[in-house]
Design a protein around this ligand. Sequence first.
Ligand SMILES: NC(=O)c1ccc[n+]([C@@H]2O[C@H](COP(=O)([O-])OP(=O)(O)OC[C@H]3O[C@@H](n4cnc5c(N)ncnc54)[C@H](O)[C@@H]3O)[C@@H](O)[C@H]2O)c1
Length: 370
Amino acid sequence: MIIGVPKEIKNNENRVALTPAGAMELTKRGHEVYVQTTAGLGSGFEDHEYTAAGAQLLPSIEAVYEKAEMIMKVKEPIEQEYNLIKKDQLLFTYFHFASYEPLTKAMIERGATCLAYETVENPNGSLPLLVPMSEVAGRMAIQEGAKFLEKPMGGSGVLLGGVPGVEPGRVLILGGGVVGTQAAKMAAGLGAQVTIMDINLDRLRYLADVMPANVNTVYSNEMNIRRHIKQANLIVGGVLIAGAKAPHLITRDMLKDMIPGTVLVDVAVDQGGCIETCKPTTHEDPIFIIDNVVHYCVANMPGAVPYTSTIALTNATLPYAIQLANKGWKQACKDNEPLKKGLNVIDGKVVYKGVADAFGLEFTPVEQFL
Ligand SMILES: NC(=O)c1ccc[n+]([C@@H]2O[C@H](COP(=O)([O-])OP(=O)(O)OC[C@H]3O[C@@H](n4cnc5c(N)ncnc54)[C@H](O)[C@@H]3O)[C@@H](O)[C@H]2O)c1
């Protein structure tokens, strides 16, 4: 198959959909890989590393779209790219269709086959191509939180690990899923006193088993949250209710009960946030302060660490990309149920129910195309 890797053009997106290691895995299986020049640079991969891995370079995004049967990307195509997409071209990337109607309509119009990372789904409901980014964001939440706890950054001036003779900082984590678990590991590693709250008792049991002694688990309810926010120095929001807006577990009136300079990192901001006063921010201007409480609500946290994020993402996407390249998307999706769930739009038809429902569009069962 002919595979194209364009350079991401969305603002501040430095990730790339294929590393030189991935290019090598594809070319050694007989596929042709075309990478736009400097596509990997933002993630630390130079053009010559791709050519050494057997890929060929193309000078422009137009040339990549023109050449490729399968386009591998990170972010959804943006408006400038819509017209470059060819009928029946396979696009393998994040789309998040349900949040943006113009994109959905454009992909229907172009007649492309859209396989969305975010809806590839394992039989147990886990989303293997979203997990790596939650892992990155969860770990980053503590790194960013620790930074903004510093006095010159607006925080209370608490060092999370403490020092001998001084007690460590307290970290409260709402949601013990992927984000929460990774955040807890990082905070515990720094020596902080960590509390994880969740409503899933089995999850709390598991976490209580595997976490070190400086991590406690507490059932999530309003009374417990109100009690714990009074002592926390850093609060991380990592709550998710699949397919729904995150619940506001921390409400505006609770801010006055917090220690001045407390830092809130609402990782769930991309689903509306679990802290009422959070609104999306960017890496250029990541925080704002309300009632002496620092709010960090960057919606694309992994974007700040593109080297790690690119490798984490491509570790997860490459096995699927290899199947798509080896077998073609139809056979690959017939053979692989999780991958089949990634199909969202085919030949102008919406084949993912949630996307059709979001915009009142006609839904066509994917089986009609396989
Ligand atoms: N900002 C970013 O850059 C970024 C990056 C990656 C992920 N995210 C977001 O982070 C959020 C968490 O993702 P995840 O992968 O950890 O999800 P997950 O499904 O693994 O975990 C969510 C957890 O929240 C728990 N939960 C649900 N209701 C709760 C409540 N009332 N109180 C406490 N816990 C509750 C669930 O039981 C689950 O354990 C998602 O919204 C995701 O989109 C954001």
